[in-house]
Design a protein around this ligand. Structure first.
Ligand code: GLA
Length: 411
């Protein structure tokens, strides 16, 4: 199954931009890829209306298909992946991500209260920053605290709630979208004007490659990620506790009761956090364990084991198998961390696009990222981007199926 795994070096949707991000780069890209004007779409991409925001701005929905029938729909609001259909082992297509079919559902009060970030791009800072503050170059910055005492996923109005500029493209690697958003200096308390560019590429190898780049005018923390929730039985199905998960990590970062890392890098051996061998997600969920109790399940950052000799290429971070459908999801990344969130805050109050409630743990997120609260944690890899640098991160989700006899054994 690891055949051509994440043979991505050809830099999907990347490489075209060198070090600059901005309109000039997008123009350069338009010349390289068969990018499109607003009226003409490349083959395999269609655009339709997804409704309007309260201020009247139009929300567009892009439907992207590959040669094998995989279909993904993305909106320019939050860069949200609203649906993703992949085949099971018999070829039957099901939508494997949680989400909605109308913008109203993403804007509703119930959704804001639940705040699950379904399918969205997350920025400027994925996961939590303790007590909504950090100190950089002698100056202390204050951020909105939107998760108890902490800042979560970029503050009150993160990138998940911004309208992104979208350019569809078709290239040798596949077809997809380039999304750009410029976050003004001081937005949500963060220093520097941050020019952000994210590309989604759907390949004919059944991969969704995500490439993130950013530039800043002042030193600032950056930690971008994607917050899709997967249920490989199909969205709206019951819990993901019966999915088998492998995480390529021999350590994780334990948290306190507000889900902020303690700073420790802990060995997973002998704990419910050891997913080095494929294990049912539910197998150890009920164990008496302080970490599981704090998070009400899994909501932890795993310290990924990097394969030597891979340079800056994405390496395998996780594999999820749903035995009944045979669907397999593999995740590779250049990032050092992976937040595995087992949908603990889903409680059935949101009803998905097929009319079924999203019940407790009916979706799981695998968020590739730097570690939570890094701006306040001196022993974690730095998340500070300086004006002379380019933030660059790549993650690949690969969709396949497995025959039942190939299934690994859970503990
Ligand atoms: C991340 C966090 C979780 C939760 C979800 C969104 O995964 O770590 O605690 O906030 O986002 O609901």
């Amino acid at each position: 199954m690891t055949r051509h795994l994440f043979s991505l070096p050809r830099c999907l949707g990347i490489g075209l931009l060198g070090v600059m991000i901005g309109p000039a780069c997008l123009q350069a890209q338009a010349q390289t890829m068969s990018a499109t004007s607003s009226s003409a779409m490349p083959p395999g991409i269609e655009r339709s209306s997804f409704g309007r925001l309260a201020d009247g701005r139009e929300v567009d929905c892009y439907r992207i298909t590959n040669d094998n029938g995989i279909e993904m729909r993305v909106i320019n609001y939050g860069g949200i992946i609203v649906s993703l259909k992949t085949p099971d082992r018999t070829g039957r297509l099901d939508d494997i991500v949680l989400g909605f079919d109308s913008i109203g559902d993403y804007l509703s009060e119930t959704y804001r209260q639940a705040n699950p970030y379904f399918g969205a791009l997350i920025g400027r800072y994925g996961n939590r920053i303790a007590n909504g503050r950090f100190t950089l170059d002698g100056e202390t910055y204050h951020l909105p605290t939107n998760d108890g005492p902490n800042t979560l996923h970029g503050g009150d109005v993160g990138f998940n709630q911004r309208l992104w500029h979208v350019e569809p493209f078709s290239s040798a690697e596949g077809r997809g979208l380039v999304l750009t958003y410029t976050s003004p200096d001081g937005e949500q308390g963060f220093p520097g004007r941050l020019s952000t560019r994210v590309s989604y590429t759907l390949t004919d190898d059944n991969e969704l490659a995500i490439d993130y780049r950013a530039r800043t005018t002042r030193a600032t923390p950056v930690n971008l990620t994607q917050h899709s929730y997967f249920n490989l039985k199909g969205e709206g199905s019951a819990s993901v506790l019966d999915h088998e998960l492998m995480i390529n990590a021999s350590a994780y970062t334990p948290i306190d009761e507000t889900l902020i890392p303690t700073g420790e890098i802990a060995d997973v051996s002998g704990t419910p956090f050891d997913f080095r061998q494929p294990t049912l997600i539910g197998a150890r969920m009920g164990q008496k364990n302080t970490q599981l109790a704090y998070a009400k399940g899994y909501d932890h950052n795993f310290v990924l084991s990097k394969t030597h000799g891979q340079g800056d290429l994405p390496t395998l971070a996780a594999r999820v198998i749903e035995p009944r459908s045979g669907r397999v999801l593999e995740v590779a990344t250049t990032e050092p961390g992976l937040q595995f969130y087992s949908g603990n805050f889903l409680d059935g109050s949101l009803t998905g696009k097929s009319g079924r409630p999203y019940t407790h743990r009916s979706g799981l997120a695998l968020e590739t990222q730097h570690f939570p609260d890094s701006p306040n944690q001196p022993n974690f890899p730095s998340t500070i981007l300086k004006p002379d640098e380019t933030y660059h991160s790549q993650t690949v989700y690969r969709f396949s199926t497995t025959a039942s006899e190939d299934l690994p054994h859970a503990d």
